[in-house]
Each structure stands twice: as C-alpha cells, then as structure tokens.
Design a binder for this molecule. Structure first.
Ligand code: UGA
Length: 439
C-alpha cells in the first residue's frame, strides 16, 4: 500500500506514522517547508507520548517519508488522506479552504485511481465538495481518470493518540463504491486484530458520526458539571453520585468526571460547528446550546470560589497553579480553562505562579510575562496564598502535603479536578475546595 497524507498536524502525523508502523509506505506532505525539514531531522511540531520514537524508527527504516511537494509525492498512491486544519470561522462554522485547496492539488497531480479520504473533521456535505474540486481539476485531461472519495473521521485523544490509533474501539468509513471499501479494508485490517469493528456506511453518516460522538461526550461532561454545581448547593458529593450512576451500564463510568469545563481543539470547535450547521439548515440544537453555555460558565467556577473565599479582594495575593494544558499528557493549551482562570485572577489584581510538566513553553508563548513560571511544582508554591489544581497531571496526585503546607503562605487548595479527597485534606489541615463537593 502506498499512502499519501496531506497535512502533518496532529491527526496527519499520528495517522501517517501508525500506518508506516504496520508496514505501509507512507509520505507525509505539508506546505510548511520548515516543518518538513524539522520532521526529516526528527523534530516534531507537537508533543504526543511515544510519537517521536515511532517517527524516528519508521523514518530510519524508510517506510515514513516527509515532503513539501505534493505533485511528486502523491504519484502512484493508493490512498490520499486529507488531514489539514479546519479552523472555526468567525461564525463558528468549519473553514474548508485548506481542505478544498488540497483536494484541488490532488486533482491536479494524481496519475492513477486513488481513494481520496477526508480525515479532517468536516461538516456533512464536505466529501461532495472534495469530489467536485477534484473533478474540476481532472476534467481537462486527455485520458479520463477515476477516483473515489471517502470519509474516515478520527477518534484519537490527545495524549493517548497512538494507543487509540493502533487499538481503535471502531473505525468508521463512509464510502460510495465497493472498490473504495476494499482498499480501505486493506488499509485498516492490521488495526483490527483486537476484534473491534470497521463500520462502513454512506458518506454523510460518517461525517455526522464524528460530530455526534464529540457532541455526546461534551454533553456528558456539561451534564455532570451541572449536577456537580447542584450537589454543592444541596450538600451532596458528586464523586459519590458519579460512582452511583456510572455503575449503570447504560450510563457508563467514562466521561462523567466533573471539572472546570472541557477545552482542547475538538469539543469546543465541533459543538459550535454542529450548532451552526443545524441553524443553517433551519434546525436548532437546543441541548448543544446549553452544553456550550454550561461549559463557558464552568470555566469560571474555580475563580468564583476563590473570590468568595477571599471576599472579593485578590490584590497582592499570589496563586500557585498546577497544570496549564487543557488536559494531561499534552502541551496543548487551546481553549484551556487555565487561560480563563489566569485572566480573571490578573484582572482582579492577583498574581499567578504556574507550573506544568510539558506546557511551559507553550504557556510562555501565549502568556508572556503576564504570569511567573515556576521551576517545578514545589517552586510554584513558595509564598502562595492558595494552590489551584487546574490540570490533573499524574505527578500532582500524591505530593508531599507537609512540604506543600510548609512552602505556602496559607494552606488553601482549590482543586478543579477533584484529585484529592476532601476528608484527607481537611485532616491534614488544608482548607479544601473541590468541584461538586461540599465546601
Ligand atoms: C476528543 C475526543 O475524546 C476524541 O475521541 C476525538 O477524536 C478528539 O476529541 C478529536 O475530535 O480530535 P481530546 O480533545 O484530545 O479528544 O480530549 P478528551 O480526552 O476527550 O478531553 C476533552 C476535554 O474534556 C478535556 O478538557 C477534559 O479535561 C474534559 N473532560 C473529559 C472532562 O472534563 N471530564 C471527563 O470526564 C472527561
């Protein structure tokens, strides 16, 4: 199998590397020459556990190649994946300009039958536009050229992307011909050894599946955040409620952890885009609109607790923050709750000293000298008036609380991820605030 992947961002790079890992001949293509040069030298544009070693190994074994030249790199490919960005436009809809530009270039340069697969998250109807863009390019050729389009949404989680790709829960592929179905079966067969299914369907259903999956997960989170807020008012403990409902197999125990709102590059963007697509077609996604507004409010709950504790006066107070990325095992800070919390503390006259195991560079890039950067998690605590746990990195789970208390000015913890036990914290002399647990 010869595979071309256009777009070496998160999705493209993980997909290309994992396909090479099982023995396919893969070229990852990007117009960003610098990025391609770096990749050839083993320098990755993103942090993802295990990815760097896998890129190096497959590059050395000449199964994985990098190129900034789409014209030569897609020659003789069996499959071309489009994995470029679909940033939200000002109105929340996904901007397809990069996807369609790649489709045009594939149409211009392809020399044999191939399946052109959209891997980027794209609204229902995009594959049709991709087909039209390619057709426009090949119509003037002397020899007719056949191709198929397909839609293959990805369900990778940042921080666990390789594991998710190598052992997927399912693979969803929208196709319109048997020929394309056969080729896509060959591509994914090596990943189905765990018995999980490859689900073929029509293209619009595959495109919709991606949005429905992310929106359902975002809904679970916002629902639990709403319940958590009510638990606090009613004197219930959401950790207990979560266990109580999660043991019902119909509900399930995953993605029902309350916190300080979902972030990242997927849920916020996809929820917005689905609301927009529906509106454009005369339908109102009432539940998703609430999911979104609950999430916006949730990003402020930790700050509101701080305000109440300090009776509205944060001037001259220093807040230690543990965790800046939107979730553990990534340096991604897109839509991270940390950004909202930091802005609010600073606007209220407080100071922030933060530490994150991998996102320090990204934070410096986004926040500059707005905050102070700690050397390690304990350094962040020196003379802090309170500690805020913002991202649940494993190394924050079991710190030496005696040292924590000694370093801080006052032993107060605002735990935005419920990683500590309220009773244990109070017994160790801390004033503890969690999410959905009685303060
Ligand atoms: C998400 C989906 O989980 C993937 O299946 C999907 O492929 C991906 O988006 C995508 O569309 O590309 P990701 O954004 O990497 O993956 O991160 P998640 O692990 O899903 O977490 C998203 C957010 O939800 C985080 O901010 C996390 O803290 C929050 N979350 C998650 C909760 O607040 N509570 C939970 O119980 C679970």
């Amino acid at each position: 199998m010869k595979i071309a992947i256009v777009g070496t961002g998160y999705v493209g790079l993980v997909t290309g590397t994992c396909l090479a890992e099982v023995g396919m001949d893969v070229t990852c293509i990007d117009i960003d020459t610098k990025k391609i040069e770096n990749l050839k030298n083993g320098i990755l544009p993103i942090y993802e556990p295990g990815l760097e070693e896998m890129v190096l190994r497959n590059t050395r074994q000449e199964r994985l190649h990098f190129s900034d030249d789409i014209a030569t790199s897609i020659q003789d490919a069996d499959v071309a994946f489009i994995a470029v960005g679909t940033p939200p436009g000002e109105d929340g809809s996904a901007d397809l300009k990069y996807v369609l530009a790649v489709a045009r270039s594939i149409g211009k340069h392809m020399n044999n039958y191939m399946v052109v697969v959209t891997k980027s998250t794209v609204p229902v109807g995009t594959a049709r536009k991709v087909r039209a863009a390619i057709e426009e390019e090949i119509i003037l050729r002397e020899e007719p050229l056949e191709f198929d389009v397909a839609s293959n949404p990805e369900f990778l989680k940042e921080g666990a992307a390789i594991e998710d790709f190598l052992k997927p829960d399912r693979i969803v592929i929208g196709v319109e011909s048997e020929r394309a179905e056969d080729i896509m079966t060959k591509v994914y067969k090596p990943f189905l050894l765990n018995g999980h299914p490859i689900i073929f369907m029509d293209i619009p259903s595959a495109e919709m599946t991606k949005y429905a999956a992310n929106s359902m997960l975002a809904t679970k989170i916002s629902f639990m955040n709403d319940i958590a807020n009510l638990c606090e008012i009613m004197g219930a403990d959401v950790n207990m409620v979560r266990k109580g409902i999660g043991s019902d197999a119909r509900i399930g125990n995953k993605f029902i952890y309350p916190g300080i709102g979902y972030g990242g590059s997927c849920f916020p963007k996809d929820v917005k885009a689905l609301i927009k697509t529906a509106a454009e077609n005369g339908y109102e996604m009432q539940i998703l609109k609430s999911v979104e507004s609950v999430n916006e409010n949730q990003k402020s709950v930790l700050f509101n607790k701080i305000q109440r504790h300090f009776e509205g006066d944060l001037t001259g107070k220093t807040f230690a923050i543990w965790g800046l990325s939107f979730k553990p095992k990534t340096d991604d800070m897109r839509e991270a709750p940390s950004l909202v919390i930091i802005d609010k503390i600073i606007a209220a006259g407080g100071k922030v000293k933060a530490y994150d195991p991998v996102a320090m560079k990204e934070a410096q890039h986004l926040l500059g000298d707005k905050i102070e950067y700690a050397k390690d998690q304990y350094d962040a605590l020196i003379d802090a008036d309170a500690l805020l746990v913002v991202t649940e990195w494993p190394e924050f789970r079991s710190p030496n609380f005696k040292v924590v208390a000694r370093l801080m000015k006052d032993s107060i913890i605002f735990d935005g991820r419920n990683i500590y036990d309220i009773k244990e914290m109070e017994e160790s002399g801390f004033t503890y605030y969690g999410i959905g647990v009685k303060p």
